[in-house]
Design a protein around this ligand. Structure first.
Ligand code: ADP
Ligand code: MG
Length: 619
């Protein structure tokens, strides 16, 4: 890494730069508002303080959803379930513990823990049960409605926990307000608002810091492209579970504060309208923006209160209209739109680079990899009699192939021959119906894709698969980090990979803005950055110009220095340029192998291609 950063670290400029790097424009803004809020909290009229406390509490609930959905991409429709669980936990424990301890912070802490444990349990079944994305929303909402039904049916006095009567539809009454340890002094409305603001600021800042860690980038990857994230070696189930649990804990905290705020809690927190409000807040405020969660609540609740509160019959119509207007006119939400405007008109506020950007390094340092750093040794990969059926279609019907370590190997065959399915079988995306896959000497047939990726299998899919909204640098960085789990090493490898691809200039451009050819290279670079032992490239030159194609030939020869490379390709000129042994697939198995000249002289090969109406082979 460059050392000039170090030597300058005594002067002011780098400190300023560092601050800006860690605290982009939203953060000083949020800090200023928090401070103003804290000052206001002590001076505002008590009834206002109570109103605003509720908004801050709802803001925390919205923040939990921003984190789970906006950042991690999990549409948890049941965020209010954890909110309600936190509220009930606080209510019950507050009533039972307060007479002994004289404070309710223990109950509040327990609310967080209980909500987190429930979220972790539910999340475990959802994510480790490989439930599809749509079902996640349905299951979480159903869970909320089950709680609604159950808590509504606890009117009988036999439903009590200690001194706390659950109270059915009326809920728990007589919940103690927030009491801090020490004097047992009841927190005043102004004190409560101050406390809520302080708690929200702490949680928001904590989430901000968490998202700045590799974990945040991995969550962004997960949200953008789950399959790619898995193929880079991340166990996506685990990351989703952690995100879901953290979200549940924050919602539980908000719920505990809510019960303390109202000194009662009833099952309506689990109702459908309450559940639907959370995504509305977040959409209005900006679904990725942490501070936007609070802005969204303030706008929606402000409008709703102005219309006469939840009881006003016009409220749902106006809220619905507001939501549609925001989604159509400000799809990013209110706060991101405002900060974008501020950035445009006050360029001094402009955010500097947030990433540890590439230093424009070229050439490769010591080490055997063209992108810098140590490389693992190439490994052989073997498939033995692999079958794969999709319903009635036999995509693979007994394919066997052994590819020795290092060098390049080409696969050709007409469309539908099973080449992509074969690759997906090697990378772990599909499990074979029968047959065996070996990496080196190790059986990997039943390994998940992320396990295979960590063992050294890298794949470039036929349909380009990268993170369109993340920068080119972040794309390769995620690949490198997936393999190395070391920030500094991932930085170096990512820079090296971009230099290797001649994409250093565009490191901070979103990958989705790159040209088609550049995106294909970038995906090859991601495979390279993940330090693979075996590289699978599925039609890497599709849609490329001749010049770009020739560049890919070079990249593949570089890759083959440290890895075993298998390339699926239709372009026969390209295959000839690679000068590699060729295996032809047909109807789900190996048809023949040899040099490209041998295959082109084979009448049967020509028949299969021409019979399918594909003329690439003659080109
Ligand atoms: P190739 O890459 O050689 O063109 P594929 O492996 O994509 O061939 O497809 C082989 C056969 O398997 C085709 O008949 C295709 O329709 C079928 N197939 C591939 N993937 C799926 C899937 N996910 N579901 C159902 N059928 C599939
Ligand atoms: Mg294919």
């Amino acid at each position: 890494m460059s050392t000039n950063n170090r030597s300058l670290s005594g002067s002011v400029a780098p400190i300023w730069h560092r601050l800006r790097k860690h605290f982009p424009v939203e953060i000083p803004g949020a800090a200023a508002v928090t401070l103003a809020g804290a000052v206001l909290a002590t001076t505002v009229a008590p009834f206002r303080a109570l109103d605003w406390s509720l908004w801050v509490i709802y803001g925390l609930l919205a923040l939990s959803f921003t984190f789970v959905w906006g950042r991690a991409g999990i549409f948890s429709f049941g965020q209010t379930a954890f909110f309600g669980i936190g509220a009930y936990a606080y209510g019950v424990l507050g009533i039972d513990l307060f007479p002994q301890t004289g404070e309710t912070t223990t109950a509040l802490a327990a609310a967080v823990v209980i909500a987190a444990v429930v979220a972790a349990t539910l999340g475990y079944f959802i994510f480790y049960g490989n439930v599809g994305d749509v079902y996640v929303s349905i299951i979480t909402l159903a869970f909320t409605l089950v709680l609604l039904t159950f808590m509504s049916s606890t009117a009988d006095p036999s439903y009590h926990i200690g001194q706390a009567l659950l109270g059915g539809y009326n809920g728990i009454v007589g919940v103690p307000p927030l009491m801090l340890p020490g004097g047992g002094q009841m927190v005043s409305p102004n004190g409560l608002l101050f406390t809520c603001i302080a708690v929200a600021a702490l949680v928001g800042f904590g989430i901000h810091l968490l998202l700045r860690r590799p974990f945040g980038r991995i969550l962004a990857g997960l949200r953008e492209n789950e399959l790619r994230t898995e193929l880079l070696g991340y166990d996506v189930r685990r990351y989703k579970l952690v995100a879901f649990t953290v979200g549940g804990a924050i919602a539980g905290l908000a719920g505990g504060l809510f019960a303390a705020w109202g000194t009662s809690i009833n099952p309506s927190v689990f109702s459908l309208p309450q559940a639907a409000l959370v995504p509305i807040w977040v959409l209005v405020g900006g679904r990725r923006s942490l501070f936007g969660a609070f802005v969204g609540v303030a706008i929606v609740q402000g409008v709703s209160d102005a219309l006469g509160g939840g009881g006003g019959s016009a409220t749902p119509i106006v809220l619905g209209t507001l939501l549609i207007a925001v989604v159509l006119l400000l799809p990013e939400g209110v706060l991101p739109t405002l900060s974008e405007l501020a950035r445009r008109f006050l360029p001094a506020l402009g955010r500097t680079s947030v990433d540890a950007g590439p230093a424009g390094r070229t050439g490769s340092p010591a080490g055997d990899s063209v992108i810098g750093g140590e490389s693992r040794k190439a490994a052989s990969i073997t498939a033995v009699d692999v079958h794969k059926r999709f319903g009635g279609v036999a995509a693979l019907a007994g394919a066997s192939l052994e590819v020795a370590p290092n060098g390049v190997h080409c696969l050709i065959g007409p469309n539908g021959a099973g080449k992509s399915t074969f690759f997906n079988m090697l990378s772990g995306r599909y499990r074979p119906t029968s047959g065996t896959v070996l990496l080196g000497d190790e059986q990997i047939t039943l390994r998940r894709p992320d396990e295979r990726a960590r063992r050294g299998i890298g794949i470039k899919l036929q349909v380009p698969s990268l993170y369109g909204e993340l920068t080119a640098f972040e794309n390769v960085w995620l690949a490198a980090y997936g393999a190395k789990r070391d920030i500094a090493e991932a930085d170096v490898r990512a820079q090296g990979a971009l230099a290797w691809l001649h994409l250093s200039e565009k490191a901070h451009r979103p990958a989705g803005e790159l040209s088609h050819g550049e995106r294909q290279w970038l995906e090859i670079g991601m495979v390279m950055a993940s330090d693979p032992k075996v590289v699978l490239l599925d039609e890497p030159t599709a849609g490329m110009t001749r010049e770009e194609t020739m560049r890919v030939v070079e990249l593949i020869h570089d890759l083959a220095r440290t890895a075993t490379v298998i390339v699926v390709e239709h372009d026969m000129e390209f295959v000839r340029q690679l000068g590699a042994p060729v295996t032809m697939f047909h109807e789900g198995r190996i048809f023949t192998s040899g040099s490209i000249e041998q295959l082109r002289a084979d009448e049967r090969v020509l028949d299969i291609y021409l019979g399918r109406g594909t003329s690439h082979v003659g080109s």
